[in-house]
Design a protein around this ligand. Structure first.
Ligand code: MCN
Ligand code: CUM
Length: 808
C-alpha cells in the first residue's frame, strides 16, 4: 500500500504529546453548556440551607425550630439531635480528627453549621433559617495559636478525658488540650550544633497568613436516595469522588455498590473541594429522611467563612553559612493554626503535609523541622490553594530565609542561590529532611532566567534609583523579586502516602471501539485543568489514534476506575502515568494482531506513529484503525476479541518540578501602591504534554500568587469574626491588577515517569508567592528592611516605608 501523507503529517494528525491542542471542553464552557451541580434539577427536589453560628465560640443552650417548621414549604429542620441516632452528628476528617456535622452542644467557629433547613425552594429555606431560634452562651474566643497553647479555655472538650488527662491524637501525644500534634523531621541536635558554631547565621520569623482559594463555583451537592432499589446517588463538587464514595459507605453503612458518586463539571477547585463538608452529609441524610432528592449549594459568604482555608503558618527559621555563603544548616519551627477541627487532607504519615521540603532547591547538609498543630476558633481545613500539601509554605519559608541570609552576608541573593543549588550530577538527590528528588538542572534554569531579564542591568538600575530617591528626585523605589522553587507532586506511592488508609495510586481504563476511536476513563477529575484535552494527547501518542477520536471521562464512580482524585498536581504524575501504561498494554495486543494480519512473527513488526510496520519493509503495515477493526471482527487464533486495557499505577516516587521566577516592581512609597513592571516565569515540568494548557495553568497560578502576596487574606478580629467574608473585602485580582506574564521553560524529564512528565498545576503558585513578596521586600532592602509579613497590601507597604523613615 502506498502512503499518501508524510510521516510528519501523520504525527501532527495525532495531536499527541507536545501539541498545543485547543481545549475540547471549552466549546461547552464558552457556550454555557457546562453541567455544574447547581444545574442538576430533579423532580420533587428539595433545597437545604444552614443555620450558622454568629459566634466563634459559644455553648448552645437550646434550639427552637417551631417557627421555622411552621413556615409553608418547610419540610424538615435537622439538628445534631436528629443525626445522633444515625451516628452522623460527628464525622471523621481526612486528617484522622473528627468534626461536628451539626453543632453538638457548642460552636467553635463563626459560620459553623448549627441546623439544616429543608424546604421547597432555596428562598423558603433561607427565610426559615432566620426563624430558627438558637440560644447561645458566649465563651472566650481564641484566634491566636500561641495564646491557645497557654490558655485554660478548652476548645475541644471532646478531646479531654473525664479525669482531665489529654489522650493522644491521630498523630501522637498532645502537650495541651488545644494542641493537635507535634511532627518532626531531621536532626535537631546536629542542626543546632552546626548553627551555634557557624560563621554567619540569619534568623527570621514570618507569618504566612490564612487565605482561601475562593473558586468561581462554591461547594454543593445533590443527594438522591432511591428507596425502592436502595441506591444513593450523590452529585457534588468533589475533587476525589471515589474517596467520597468509600467514606460515604463507611459512614452510612450503605454498601459501596449501592452508592454512585458523580462529580459533574466543576467550576474551579483549587483544593477547596477536597474535604468532606457537613453540607454533603446533611443533603444525604435529608434525602434519606424525606425520600426525595435534596440539593445544598452554599453562597459566597458561606464558602469564604466555612470551607477549607490555606496556610495560617507561623514559621521561625535559622539558617547558617560560611563567610563565602555556603549554607551549612537550617532550622525551622512552625506553629500551625488548624482552626477548630483538624481537617487537612494530608497523607496519614504527614500531618504537616510535605513541609519537610523546606530545604528547597539547595544542598543543605543538615536540617531540622518541627511543626506544632494547634486548635483555634477558626474554620477547619488546611489543604487548599495550589499548595501540594504545604509546599507553598515550605518554599516561601526557604526563599525568604535565603533573602535574609543574603542581607546578613551582604551578598547578591541570585549569587547566593547559585552557590547553594543542588547540582545536576547530584540527582537523584536525597535531601536532609528525607525526600529523594528525582531530577533537576537548577543552574541552567537559573542562568537562563537571569539572562532573560538582564539581571545585572536591573541591579544597576535599582542602585541608581536608590541614589535618586536619596537625592529626593523620585518617590518610587524598585524591587527585584527572585524565587527558585522545587515542587514535590504526584502522591503516592501507596507505601507512604494514603488518606484515611486509602492508598494513593491512580488509574486509567481504555476501550478502543471497532472503528478506531476510543473512550478512556480515569480516577482523577478535572476542575478546569483541561484533562479531557491533555489525557487524550498522552494516549494518542501511545496508541497511535488521534486525540480527536479519544473521549476522556472522569468523575462518575459507576464507570470510572477507582482513583484518588485530583489535587497536589497528582493527575499527570499518577493518572497520566496510568494512561501511558494502559496505552502500552493496548499497543502490546495490537502488535500481536498486526503480526497475524501481516503474516509475520510478533517481533518482526514495530510501532510507527499510528501503525505497525514490518521491520525494514515500510510499505507493509497495518494502521491502528485497521487493527482495532480486526480486534473485534476477525477470529485471531489464541487471542480474545476486543481491544481494552486498564492500568492501576502506583508511582515509585513523586515528581519534582522546579522553576525560576523574577518579578520587577516599582513601589510608590507615599501611597504604598506596587506596580508590576515585569514578571518572568521559567518552569520545568519535565516532558510537556500541552504547552498551551501549561501556560494557562501558569498564568492562573501566578495570578493567585499575586493575590495572596499582595492583599488576599482571611482575617479575623479578636472576637473571631471573619472580617473578609465578602468579595468587597476579600481581594480577588482582575485584569486590572494582573501584569503581562512572560513564560519560559526548560525540560528535565522525570526518570521514573513512563513519559517523563512532572506535574505543573501548583508550581506557579508555589514559586509565585515568594517571588512577589521578595520583590516588595527587595525594594526596601537598601533602606534597611529585613522581613515584613504578607499580605503586602497598600497599607502595609506604606507602613513599611513609614517604619523605615522614608516619609520623613
Ligand atoms: N500538563 C501538561 N504537561 C505537564 C504537566 C501538566 O500539559 N508536564 C497539563 C496536564 O495535562 C493538565 C494540567 O497541565 O491538563 C494540570 O496538570 P497537573 O499538573 O497534573 O495537575 P492536576 O491536573 O492534578 O491539577 C491539580 C492542580 C491543583 S492541585 C490545583 S489546586 C489547581 C490546579 O491544578 N486547581 C485548578 N490548576 C487549576 N486550574 C483550574 N483551571 N482550576 C482549578 O481548580
Ligand atoms: Cu493543595 S490545593 Mo490542589 O492540591 O487541589
Amino acid at each position: 500500500m502506498k502512503d499518501e501523507i508524510s510521516r510528519e503529517e501523520r504525527v501532527a494528525g495525532l495531536k499527541g504529546l507536545g501539541c498545543s491542542r485547543k481545549r475540547v471542553e471549552d466549546a461547552r464552557f464558552t457556550q454555557g453548556k457546562g453541567n455544574y451541580v447547581d444545574d442538576i434539577k430533579l423532580p420533587g427536589m428539595l433545597h437545604g440551607d444552614f443555620v450558622r453560628s454568629p459566634y466563634a465560640h459559644a455553648r448552645i443552650k437550646s434550639i427552637n425550630i417551631d417557627a421555622a417548621m411552621a413556615l409553608p414549604g418547610v419540610t424538615a429542620v435537622l439538628t445534631a439531635k436528629d443525626l445522633e441516632p444515625l451516628g452522623l452528628h460527628w464525622m471523621p476528617t481526612l486528617a484522622g480528627d473528627k468534626q461536628m456535622v451539626l453543632a453538638d452542644g457548642k460552636v467553635l467557629f463563626q459560620g459553623q453549621e448549627v441546623a439544616f433547613v429543608v424546604a421547597s425552594d432555596r428562598y423558603v429555606a433561607a427565610d426559615a433559617v432566620e426563624l430558627v431560634e438558637v440560644d447561645y452562651e458566649e465563651l472566650e474566643v481564641i484566634v491566636d495559636p500561641f495564646k491557645s497553647l497557654q490558655s485554660d479555655v478548652v476548645l475541644r472538650e471532646d478531646l479531654v478525658a473525664d479525669d482531665g488527662s489529654i489522650p493522644n491524637g491521630a498523630h501522637g501525644p498532645r502537650k495541651h488540650p488545644n494542641h493537635i500534634f507535634t511532627w518532626e523531621a531531621g536532626e535537631e541536635e546536629a542542626t543546632n550544633q552546626v548553627i551555634d558554631n557557624a560563621a554567619v547565621v540569619a534568623e527570621a520569623e514570618m507569618y504566612y497568613h490564612r487565605t482561601h482559594p475562593c473558586p468561581l463555583e462554591t461547594c454543593g451537592s445533590v443527594a438522591s436516595m432511591d428507596k425502592v432499589n436502595g441506591k444513593l446517588t450523590l452529585w457534588g463538587t468533589f475533587q476525589a469522588p471515589h474517596v467520597v464514595r468509600t467514606v460515604a459507605s463507611l459512614l452510612s453503612g450503605i454498601e459501596e455498590h449501592n452508592i454512585r458518586v458523580v462529580s459533574p463539571d466543576i467550576g474551579g477547585g483549587f483544593g477547596n473541594k477536597v474535604g468532606v463538608y457537613p453540607g454533603y452529609i446533611c443533603s444525604i441524610v435529608a434525602s434519606i429522611v424525606t425520600g426525595v432528592p435534596v440539593k445544598w449549594v452554599e453562597d459566597r459568604m458561606e464558602n469564604l467563612m466555612s470551607t477549607a482555608f490555606a496556610r495560617d503558618y507561623w514559621m521561625k527559621g535559622k539558617i547558617s553559612a560560611t563567610k563565602e555563603g555556603k549554607i551549612t544548616g537550617l532550622h525551622c519551627h512552625v506553629t500551625a493554626d488548624h482552626g477548630a477541627f483538624d481537617a487537612c487532607a494530608d497523607p496519614t504519615k504527614f500531618p504537616a503535609g510535605f513541609m519537610n521540603i523546606c530545604t528547597g532547591s539547595y544542598d543543605i547538609p543538615v536540617a531540622y523541622l518541627g511543626v506544632d498543630g494547634v486548635y483555634t476558633n477558626k474554620a477547619p481545613g488546611g489543604v487548599s490553594y495550589r499548595c501540594s500539601f504545604r509546599v507553598t509554605e515550605a518554599v516561601y519559608f526557604i526563599e525568604r530565609m535565603i533573602e535574609v541570609l543574603a542581607i546578613e552576608l551582604n551578598m547578591d541573593p541570585a549569587e547566593l542561590r547559585s552557590i547553594n543549588f543542588i547540582k545536576k550530577e547530584q540527582f537523584p538527590y536525597t535531601a536532609a529532611l528525607g525526600w529523594e528528588y528525582d531530577s533537576g538542572d537548577y543552574q541552567t534554569a537559573w542562568d537562563k532566567a537571569l539572562k532573560a531579564v538582564d539581571y545585572k542591568g536591573l541591579r544597576a538600575e535599582q542602585a541608581e534609583r536608590v541614589e535618586a530617591f536619596k537625592r529626593g528626585e523620585t518617590r518610587k523605589v524598585m524591587g527585584i523579586g527572585l524565587s527558585f522553587f522545587t515542587e514535590i507532586v504526584g502522591a503516592g506511592p501507596v507505601k507512604n502516602c494514603d488518606i484515611l488508609g486509602m492508598g494513593m495510586f491512580d488509574s486509567c481504563e481504555i476501550r478502543i471501539h471497532p472503528t478506531g476511536s476510543a473512550v478512556a476513563r480515569l480516577g482523577t477529575i478535572s476542575q478546569g485543568q483541561g484533562h479531557a484535552t491533555t489525557f487524550a494527547q498522552i494516549l494518542a501518542t501511545e496508541i497511535g489514534l488521534s486525540a480527536e477520536s479519544i473521549t476522556i471521562e472522569e468523575g462518575d464512580t459507576d464507570t470510572a476506575p477507582y482513583g484518588l482524585g485530583t489535587y497536589g498536581s497528582r493527575s499527570t504524575p499518577v493518572a497520566g502515568a496510568a494512561a501511558a501504561m494502559a496505552g502500552r498494554k493496548i499497543r502490546a495486543k495490537a502488535q500481536m494482531i498486526a503480526a497475524y494480519l501481516l503474516e509475520v512473527h510478533d517481533n518482526d513488526v514495530e510501532f510507527d506513529v499510528d501503525r505497525f510496520v514490518v521491520k525494514g519493509v515500510p510499505e507493509r503495515f497495518k494502521t491502528m484503525k485497521e487493527i482495532a477493526y480486526a480486534a473485534y471482527n476477525q477470529a485471531i487464533p489464541g487471542l480474545e476479541p476486543g481491544l481494552e486495557a486498564v492500568s492501576y499505577y502506583d508511582p515509585p516516587n513523586m515528581t519534582y518540578p522546579f522553576g525560576a521566577y523574577v518579578c520587577v516592581m516599582d513601589i510608590d512609597v507615599d501611597t504604598g501602591v506596587p506596580e508590576i513592571r515585569r514578571f518572568y516565569a521559567l518552569d520545568d515540568c519535565g516532558t510537556r504534554i500541552n504547552p498551551m494548557v501549561i501556560e494557562g495553568q501558569i498564568h492562573g497560578g501566578l495570578t493567585e500568587a499575586l493575590a495572596v502576596a499582595l492583599g488576599q487574606e482571611i482575617a479575623y478580629d479578636d472576637m473571631g469574626n471573619v472580617k473578609t467574608a465578602t468579595l468587597m473585602d476579600f481581594f480577588l485580582p482582575t485584569a486590572w491588577e494582573v501584569p503581562n506574564y512572560e513564560t519560559d521553560f526548560t525540560v528535565t524529564p522525570s526518570p521514573h515517569h513512563p513519559i517523563g512528565a512532572k506535574g505543573v498545576g501548583e508550581s506557579p503558585h508555589v514559586g509565585g508567592v515568594p517571588c512577589f513578596s521578595n520583590a516588595v521586600q527587595d525594594a526596601f532592602r537598601p533602606f534597611g528592611n529585613r522581613h515584613t509579613n504578607m499580605p503586602h497590601d497598600h497599607w502595609r507597604i506604606w507602613q513599611t516605608a513609614n517604619n523605615l523613615g522614608m516619609h520623613d
